[in-house]
Design a binder for this molecule. Sequence first.
Ligand code: ARG
Length: 461
Amino acid sequence: MSLWGGRFRKVSDIQFKKFNNSLSVDYRLIKDDIKSSIAWSKILLDIKILTNNEQKLIEKTLKWILKKYIYDFNKILSSDSEDIHSWIESILVNKIGELGKKLYTGRSRNDQIATNLKLWCKRKSTCILKAIVKLQRSFFNHASLQQNTIIPGYTHLQRAQPITFSYWCLAYIEMFERDRLRILDVINRLDFSPLGSGAIAGTSWNIDRKKLAKLMGFSDCTTNALDSVSDRDFILDILSAASISMMHLSRFSEDLIFYNSGEANFIELSDAITSGSSLMPQKKNPDILELIRGKCSGVYGSLISMFTLLKGLPLSYNKDFQEDKKYLFQGLDIWEECLNMSSLVLNNMKLNDIHCKKTAQEGYSNATELADYLVSKGISFRDAHHISGNIVIEAISQKKYLEELNLLVLKKYCSVIEKDIYQYLTLESCLEKKNAIGGVSKKQTKIALHNVENRLLLLEK
Ligand code: ARG
């Protein structure tokens, strides 16, 4: 019989029951439901609904249920219980009889589910934080090895200025660091326990909700029961963090798909993470990166579905909420998997460094340096930009790099140009001059690597 069967005289229609049940999705909350139930039993002991022995037996049985079923989800799924709460209740009552029913004093599934979801988010976040740190470490390993590997930096997908592969890795480490901090923000904001809010208006029992919150590891309890059972902002928050991070992952994928293309040929992905074509024998495809880029849509979908689910819902609990788990789980599972897959890519690729440097040399990416040189000789930047542009046209027509042009030719465009221009135009000199904080010079790169390494060592402890 269902939890609410007392008010009903007819059994549920089979199709309706199937439609109404959520066990096939929310079975994943077993750990969280048991954690919050144990905490609740301790509070029931405080207010003398349970005796010491009764609380102990309930706690022991709940722990036994967790141990028995945590690795055997199929057993849970074969039950026809409505949801994970009713499933646990049925097993508990089955095992210890009437006493099991006492656990449900003063508690509603409304505050229970809101609490469990927050506990789940906290648990999943620790896995995601780990995956982010692991990914940052994979970037860092390349970054420290590739400090001298020059690649072209792009704007508009046109070669713009030379950078190093190390510097490119450091850019992604920054993005994922923001993602990491974003999760911590989300967790801070959701760290208030809704348990003890009852169905909507609070509980009639004189319980210590702050103590209850602490028992579950929350920093405090929520302050308005009506809001507590209706609030799913934290799911929007965490899916927003996931969406932003997936956007970073998809840009990373896109960069590498391009670097891996025959046209760029900057990197080579190992056979271990590439796949072939059923028709074209020569192909070695970066499917893994395309999947990461593609799966981003599933996370955005979850976020938008969640917004749509919540929009216009009257206070407080509505069954619409039952759908939230699907989106939350889907979004965060994809995020975690794609973070891990991205580490796998980085750990299974190598750079064609000679070719990278050659390409960086080819795109006139030192034209800005030429303009800066003219400025150092007293020309205004606007004029210098113009002169440098004309020299680029000359170099293109001669099919030469800027630094291959004869000094007399250069002087034709601007008489202040001297022999020292050639040193100025080397790629190495272009990099070295970018020495203000955040620039690509060796010195700044070393500082950035040092800071990242220290942070990673702390986080990996
Ligand atoms: N399975 C339900 C959910 O996920 C639990 C809460 C049920 N509450 C209720 N008033 N029907 O939302």
